[in-house]
Design a protein around this ligand. Structure first.
Ligand SMILES: Cc1cc2nc3c(=O)[nH]c(=O)nc-3n(C[C@H](O)[C@H](O)[C@H](O)COP(=O)(O)OP(=O)(O)OC[C@H]3O[C@@H](n4cnc5c(N)ncnc54)[C@H](O)[C@@H]3O)c2cc1C
Length: 399
């Protein structure tokens, strides 16, 4: 008997795997070649309910909860890492931030379409001046002019910006309280002054890409401000906490994908008349990968479990993300080693899996950013859960 998930989560896991096999795999190479954005398939994922687990039924969600988000993100990333981005932009960082911080009219205007896959989301925090410390690096300005804000500046590495209909974007309002950082709901395809230039990244998808974004006199109606002026940093940090749930799970999915492929290859590849998996040094790699993937998975589940109870989760989300990075790297190294020279051949997905591990190592806070958060908390310098955690799906009892 092993630790098991509830039956309905196992069923969701199966449906994700089936979707990738039956719907995505036949068309994936075509999208990669053309660079077109797979809107139809993302819509089908929305219709299948993959994005709605953290949202109430009246918005079109399933309210299955955050553990379900984790399970879906893990499975998607394991089977097709490029689709894993959707779990942030259609299911969590973009729509959940609007749901968690928005007014009712904003929630109703944007969330149902995002989680149904009818509109494409983005989350634009990072700037060319650095992603690790948004408090100091955000230079994009939002100047109030009557009923509009006018945005000028640049964002860097913004996933799906080339296709996004809706986004959460952070900019600085001059003279606003605190650091002036303010969150906005933006509609890039509706207004002029928004340009997205794709960034080519070795091993990563071109169809589902990250972009450099340029904003020039880009208008945002005042009613699309999310929260108050100066509240943006709090909103962004809260968004990253939930983003770390999906990113941890996506890393676990990658760790599993690498481990499963390493095991299969080490069993089948024979050198000198012996399967290479019979060699102790190969076994050491396999053992490290198997155990790391397992442990990372339990840590990711714990984050979902805590969020499902409305408990503060910043500390455990940072730890889960950090450890999942280590696990995925360990598994990717095992995969690379057992494949020998074939690891470099495009015919095998070894370099692709490694590229996604690298990407997620950086996204939602680099390793150093997690180390700082985790160590300062452990040392008692700065409590990682010092800010009340906002969670509108699961308010803690009595809240
Ligand atoms: C493919 C891809 C997709 C992305 N998608 C998005 C997206 O959709 N939206 C978004 O907003 N961002 C996105 N990002 C950006 C990502 O979150 C940033 O790359 C990340 O936060 C790091 O920022 P940076 O690259 O500017 O590195 P920097 O902040 O310049 O850091 C460089 C290095 O210095 C280290 N460092 C920095 N400060 C310290 C310190 N105080 N102590 C010790 N070490 C430090 C960092 O750990 C890092 O190793 C994406 C990135 C990639 C690669």
């Amino acid at each position: 008997m092993d630790f098991t998930l509830p039956e309905e989560l196992e069923a969701v896991r199966d449906s994700v795997r089936r979707f990738v096999h039956e719907v995505w795999e036949p068309v994936a190479a075509g999208y990669e070649e053309s660079g077109a954005f797979p809107r139809a398939e993302i819509r089908r994922m929305g219709e299948a309910g993959f994005f709605g687990a953290a949202f109430p039924e009246e918005l079109g969600g399933s309210a299955m909860g955050f553990l379900a988000v984790s399970v879906i993100a893990e499975e998607l990333s394991c089977a097709a890492p490029e689709l894993g981005y959707c779990m942030n932009l259609q299911a969590m960082t973009c729509p959940f931030t609007i749901f968690n911080w928005g007014e009712d009219r904003q929630i109703r205007a944007f969330v149902p379409d995002l989680i149904a896959g009818r509109r494409i989301g983005m989350f634009a925090l990072t700037e060319p001046g650095g992603g690790s410390d948004p408090r100091t690096s955000i230079r994009t300005t939002a100047r109030r002019a009557g009923d509009l804000y006018r945005l000028d500046g640049a964002k860097m590495f913004i996933t799906f910006a080339h296709a996004a209909d809706v986004g959460v974007l952070l900019a600085r309002v001059p003279d606003a309280p605190g650091h002036g950082i303010t969150a906005f709901i933006v509609e890039p395809r509706r207004h002029p002054g928004f340009r997205a230039d794709g960034i080519r990244m070795s091993g990563l998808s071109w169809a589902l890409r990250a972009n450099a974004v340029f904003l020039e006199d880009f208008p945002v109606p005042v009613e699309h401000r999310l929260g108050e002026e100066g509240e943006g940093l709090k909103i962004a940090l809260n968004a990253l906490e939930y983003g770390r749930l999906t990113v941890s799970a996506r890393l676990v999915g990658l760790a599993r994908a690498c481990t499963e492929r390493a095991v299969a290859y080490a069993r089948e590849r024979e050198v000198g008349g012996r399967a290479i998996g019979r060699h102790q040094m190969v076994q050491e790699r396999i053992a490290d990968a198997v155990v790391a993937a397992d442990a990372a998975r339990l840590m990711a589940y714990r984050v979902g479990w805590a969020m499902d109870r409305g408990l503060p989760a910043n500390r455990i989300a940072a730890r889960a993300k950090y450890f999942a990075t280590t696990a995925a790297k360990t598994a990717a190294a095992a995969l690379f080693e057992v494949h020998g020279g074939y690891a470099l051949a495009d015919e095998y997905p070894v370099r692709k899996l490694r590229a996604y591990v690298d990407m997620l190592t950086v996204g939602e806070g680099t390793e150093n950013v997690q180390r700082i958060l985790i160590a300062e908390d452990a040392l008692g310098f700065r409590d990682a859960d010092r800010h009340p955690s906002r969670n509108r799906l699961r308010r803690p009892a009595g809240d």
